[in-house]
Design a protein around this ligand. Structure first.
Ligand code: PHB
Length: 388
């Protein structure tokens, strides 16, 4: 009996120790609805990181608490974030697919003493919304700017821009127009579409009528990007030789199966291709697709999450597991590592990731369609960041 009691007490002690050493990370993202595959890629990135690095940092075990935000919904994002902080006692916040959701949660961080690691939302200004925001994805300024040089090098003079009318879209438009006109190009027209647009035929007609040689477009990756690409082909724009240039959100690998030959040859600029050739990416892709169970579902939000976990693990280590958001954020300023996307670092001034941006071409490799990297713009910061 005494032995049994001792054993029970020992187990209880261990359980308390384990409990005390659990560090909760709240992850907000679209896990249901039409953008669920984007959220599933957050999960794939997190699970790949656990598979390659384990779930513990020192004595601390990481526990992920997911909250579903199916569509951009700032009020709901703030409510879920508040509940994660107050109800669940999370020590870190992460995820945030859409810009308005990250923006709405940022004002909660300082009082809560919680850092936020943005896995996706890509408007430059997000890092200015709180000193506790760190971002491991990209900005649309960062991914759109190099496309201007690509267009000029290919002799394109007249372009029409088409973007979703919210933060990352207007950033993308401003970035592209600035770089393209700086290099002597002409913008014939700029169209902003409501985020809710699903019928793109009228837009395609305006592109045809504009006299532009090419269209530069940004939409947030998800069902609308696939719809836009299909409409571009169905309305005969590809056939008539109006080139479509875009950041890589429009050709995410999980859509390439559906697009197939319709996307062949399309040029995009982006921070990550599933086909990136490096040992770090090979290990990542193997772990992430192992969790997804389907190699065709892997897309860029997974690498934002994977590197986001790297940053969070570093913060946990640097603070010895203590809840100290200021020290945690300070510890990752200037952090450098080799990501599955290539060499990266956290800019100490704005806490955003510095990285290579690649020019890619949609091509067939064996039985699958890939974004084949053909040129590298090395070590790109965020050209859209303005000191507050
Ligand atoms: C954003 O809302 O910031 C966003 C979402 C999806 C993307 C890019 C940016 O592909």
């Amino acid at each position: 009996m005494r032995k049994l009691l001792q054993a029970t007490a020992a187990i209880a002690l261990m359980a308390t120790a384990a409990g005390a050493d659990t560090i909760k990370v709240g992850v907000v993202g679209p896990f249901s609805g039409s953008a669920a595959l984007q959220g599933r890629n957050f999960q794939a990135g997190i699970e790949a990181w656990f598979a390659l690095n384990g779930k513990t940092v020192g004595d601390h075990e990481i526990e992920i608490i997911y909250r579903d935000l199916p569509a951009a919904d700032p009020a709901q994002s703030a409510a879920l974030t508040q509940e994660l902080v107050v109800g669940e006692g999370v020590q870190y916040l992460a995820g945030y697919y859409y810009t308005p959701d990250a923006m709405a949660a940022a004002p909660i961080l300082e009082e809560a003493n919680v850092p936020m690691v943005v896995f996706n939302a890509a408007t430059s200004a997000i890092v200015n919304a709180s000193p506790y925001v760190v971002r491991t994805s990209f900005t649309t300024w960062q991914t759109s700017t190099p496309m201007a040089a690509v267009a000029r090098e290919r002799g394109i003079n007249k372009i029409i821009t088409v973007v979703s009318d919210y933060g990352p879209g207007t950033d993308s438009e401003t970035a592209f127009i600035k770089a393209f006109t700086d290099q002597g190009g002409e913008i014939v027209q700029s169209i902003r579409m409501p985020m809710s647009t699903t019928d793109f035929s009228p837009i395609m007609q305006r592109i045809k009528d504009s006299g532009a040689e090419a269209v530069f477009a940004f939409l947030p990756a998800g069902p609308q990007t696939l719809g836009f690409m299909q409409s571009y082909v169905e309305n005969g724009l590809k056939e008539s030789g109006v080139a479509l240039l875009a950041p890589g959100d429009l050709t995410q690998e999980s859509d390439l199966g559906a697009l197939g030959p319709n996307a062949e040859g399309m040029l995009t600029t982006f921070h990550y291709a599933v086909s990136h050739d490096s040992p770090e990416n090979k290990a990542f892709v193997e772990a992430a697709t192992g969790w997804l169970g389907n190699a065709n579902e892997l897309s860029f939000p997974a690498v934002g999450a994977f590197d986001g976990m790297h940053v969070i693990a570093h913060m946990i280590e640097a603070t010895g597991g203590e809840q100290d958001a200021a020290a945690a954020v300070e510890s990752v300023k200037g952090l450098e590592w080799v990501s599955p996307r290539g060499p990266v670092s956290i800019n100490p001034e704005n806490r955003h990731i510095t990285q290579n941006i690649y020019l890619r071409e949609v091509a067939k490799e064996g039985e699958s369609w890939i974004n084949k990297e053909i040129q590298t713009f090395e070590n790109q910061g965020d050209p859209g960041w303005v000191a507050p």
